[in-house]
Structures are given as structure tokens and as C-alpha cells.
Design a protein around this ligand. Structure first.
Ligand code: GLN
Length: 316
């Protein structure tokens, strides 16, 4: 089997040298401050060993990657009743699109597009104050990441709140169909804050490790969800985790993954590894440009695609 540490160092060196770095998101003004030259990657293997290269310890805005964890939390709270409020089909549309919502009577296609994630946040919020719901989400992330220093970047949350007119439109539209139960401002406030959580690649790989190992993080021995639920969350990440770039991500990388406009991607090689990568420049679908390329290289070299291995890569 290739030496994972050496493979990560090679990938980080190659990524540092690439001139094509994508475009840093600026529709949330605070995110525009990110350094386009940054690149980090962290992997926890099946033995619970962490390997990292590049800027793997710098916290970045996890943005939509938080939606994997809010989905996990909401399923834990209401179980399969969640699927009355949100679908499970890829949207084939941009992450902040509103067109489908009108045709489908306010029920979002899946929990990873903005509309779907806002509906999931609303489920977590019901019966609580916004500060309690956010506290619950942050505690969950700290538990999963095994690190109490994980924090909400208030400047990013405030920046998104000031400019989040599209998300407000989506939430109001869903509210008109009764898909949102709480005051729209409350739901959006919690949503903006969980998107503004800052984590490093190393923390994120640890937080996602339960998805790589049937719901239980072998690095900590802690059970998070049942094997069935982990498998299903992975299925949604594969089909919907990169919005209208999900097909391309499956084609090139072949792993369940969830991206965020902060430039992070969490990817899962079931039974083998939890992977977090970060590079702030995005492709036109809002997914990390170099993050995707790095994952493609990693999956190929390690033989980790869920669809089979290339002759050139070593089966694990
Ligand atoms: N907070 C961002 C938004 O709602 C999340 C989008 C993303 O990461 N794709 O626009």
C-alpha cells in the first residue's frame, strides 16, 4: 500500500505550485479575506492514525460542510419524520437556487442545498431558543471533533446575515408553504451561525470519522449513529454533497463528499479513511477547485474510490 504520509506531502507540494486556484467566494464579504494560496489536507486512516500536510491546522469557515452535522443531529432528534420536510434527490441546480422550490411546493430537494439545510436547521430549532439550538450544534461539533476550541466566527456570521438576501428569500418562500415552523429570522440566525463555524482540516477529519466507520469513530471509540444511518448520510453526500457538481465529483473522486464555500471538503472512504481538505478558491459550482483535484489524486493513488480501483493504484 502507498505510504499515506508521503502521498499527502506530494499532493500538498503539487497543489502549492499550481497557478489555477479557483476564485475565493466574495458574496459573503468576510469570506473574501481568505488567502487563495492556502492548501491543507488531513486524513485519519482505518487504524485511527492522522496524517496531515500543508495548512491542516488553520481554522477556516466550514460553511455548508456543517450541513452534514446538522443533518445528523436532526435525524437523531426526529428520525425519519425529517423526510416530510426535505427530499433526498440531487437538485442539479446551484446551492442557492430558488426555482425548484416553487415547482415543488416549498419542499427542498435535499438537506444539502441551502433551502434544505435551512429546513433542517428549523427542525433543530423547534422547541428551543436560537441560542440553545446553536449551542447544541456547537457542542455536537466539539464532541465530534474532540476539540473544545472549535468556535463560531461571529464576523462571518454577521457578514452573511447582512448580505443573505437569497437565503432570506428561500426561507420566506418555504415559510409560506409551512415548511418552516419558527420565525424566519430565528431559523436563519441559527443557520448563518452554524455555517460560520471555523474548523481546521485536522478537526474536520476527526469530526467526520464516524461516517467512515459505520457510525462509530474508532479513533475515540464513541458511537454517533447507527451503521444504517451512516450509510445513508454517505449516500446523500455522494449524490447531493456538491450541488450541481455532484456528478462530476463522483466521476472524478468516487467518494461521498460535502463541500462548503469556505473552500473545505469533507470526504469519506468507507472503512478506510476520513479526509478533510481545504483550499479557498472555488470552481463555478462553488466547490473547492484544488480541493477536488487533491481528492481525485488521493483517491486514485490510494485506490479508495467506492466504485473500484484503477490497475495503477494499490487495493487496500
Ligand atoms: N452559508 C452559505 C450560504 O448559505 C453556505 C453555502 C455553501 O457553503 N455552499 O450561502
Amino acid at each position: 500500500m502507498p505510504d499515506l504520509g508521503a502521498v499527502l506531502n506530494e499532493i500538498a507540494a503539487e497543489m502549492a505550485a499550481r497557478p489555477d486556484r479557483g476564485v475565493v467566494a466574495d458574496y459573503i464579504p468576510e469570506l473574501a479575506r481568505a488567502d487563495a494560496s492556502a492548501f491543507g489536507i488531513a486524513v485519519i486512516d482505518g487504524q485511527g492514525e492522522t496524517y496531515a500536510a500543508g495548512d491542516a491546522d488553520i481554522p477556516f469557515s466550514i460553511q455548508s460542510i456543517s450541513k452534514v452535522f446538522t443533518l445528523t443531529l436532526a435525524l437523531g432528534m426526529v428520525g425519519d419524520r425529517l423526510w416530510r420536510r426535505v427530499g433526498r434527490e440531487p437538485s442539479g441546480n446551484p446551492f442557492n437556487s430558488i426555482v425548484q422550490l416553487e415547482r415543488e411546493r416549498g419542499v427542498p430537494r435535499n438537506p444539502f442545498i441551502n433551502a434544505g439545510a435551512i429546513a433542517v436547521t428549523d427542525v433543530i430549532l423547534s422547541g428551543h431558543q436560537p441560542s440553545e439550538a446553536l449551542g447544541e450544534i456547537l457542542r455536537f461539533l466539539r464532541f465530534l471533533g474532540q476539540d473544545d476550541t472549535i468556535f463560531v466566527d461571529k464576523a462571518v456570521a454577521a457578514s452573511e446575515k447582512r448580505t443573505g438576501f437569497r437565503n432570506a428569500a428561500l426561507a420566506n418562500y418555504m415559510k409560506s408553504y409551512g415548511v418552516i415552523e419558527n420565525p424566519v429570522d430565528f431559523t436563519l440566525g441559527v443557520y448563518f451561525h452554524h455555517c460560520a463555524v471555523a474548523m481546521s482540516c485536522r478537526q474536520l477529519a476527526m469530526a467526520g470519522n464516524y461516517l467512515a466507520h459505520a457510525g462509530r469513530n474508532p479513533a475515540t471509540g464513541l458511537s454517533v449513529v447507527s451503521p444504517e444511518r451512516a450509510r445513508r448520510i454517505n449516500a446523500l453526500m455522494l449524490t447531493c454533497g456538491h450541488y450541481d457538481g455532484s456528478g462530476e465529483f463522483a466521476y472524478r473522486v468516487g467518494l461521498p463528499g460535502k463541500s462548503g464555500v469556505g473552500g473545505g471538503i469533507l470526504a469519506v472512504a468507507p472503512g478506510k479513511a476520513s479526509i478533510a481538505v481545504w483550499s479557498p478558491g472555488l470552481d463555478p459550482s462553488g466547490n473547492s477547485h484544488l480541493g477536488r483535484i487533491a481528492l481525485e489524486m488521493l483517491a486514485k493513488r490510494m485506490g479508495w474510490s467506492i466504485f473500484g480501483t484503477d490497475g495503477s493504484s494499490a487495493p487496500v
